[in-house]
Design a protein around this ligand. Structure first.
Ligand code: HEM
Length: 131
């Protein structure tokens, strides 16, 4: 069955996958995203996605979503961006964020794909030391 297949793909994905509703509240989070942010699904489901990011984005993310919904102009959707995530223990890590808008059973949700780039950033930093 296709729903079971999709679920298996999401559960086993290497990248983190998080879905939010049109207000920015977390509806689902896969095991990879849980591991990256150090939360269990129960700790973040229903919370605003802004709990997973540091300031200034933390205080502006609702506005980002509203702006997009009012203007239709995307700054990340279909483009992607390197952003900073905030783990439960307060530490930060860089990741590549890809967001898409999905129509799901008559309403709009957003799906975020989280690709950890902390190792690449570390290597880049070491290379620069030698340059
Ligand atoms: C927009 C940051 C996670 C959904 C944005 C923008 C930034 C940002 C900087 C656009 C700002 C601008 O207008 O130029 C972050 C950070 C995250 C994060 C730091 C770290 C956790 C997510 C996730 C989702 C998401 C996981 C979806 C599940 C959106 C949406 C928009 C947006 C729907 C508005 C559409 C757009 O501008 O393309 N976010 N975001 N964000 N973000 Fe996030």
């Amino acid at each position: 069955e296709s729903a079971a297949l999709l679920n298996a793909i999401i559960e086993n994905a290497i990248d983190g996958i998080i879905t939010i509703d049109e207000r920015g509240l977390i509806e689902s989070i896969n095991p990879s995203a849980c591991k990256l942010f150090q939360y269990t699904p129960g700790e973040v489901t229903g919370k605003n996605i802004s709990v997973l990011m540091p300031p200034p984005d933390k205080h502006q993310h609702d506005e980002y979503i509203n702006r997009y919904q009012n203007t239709g102009r995307a700054h990340i959707i279909g483009i992607g961006r390197e952003v900073t995530g905030l783990r439960k223990d307060g530490s930060l890590f860089p990741f590549r964020l890809a967001v898409s808008e999905v129509k799901y059973s008559g309403r709009k949700i957003y799906t975020g794909f989280i690709h950890d780039i902390s190792r690449e950033k570390e290597a880049e930093g070491r290379l620069k030391e030698y340059a």
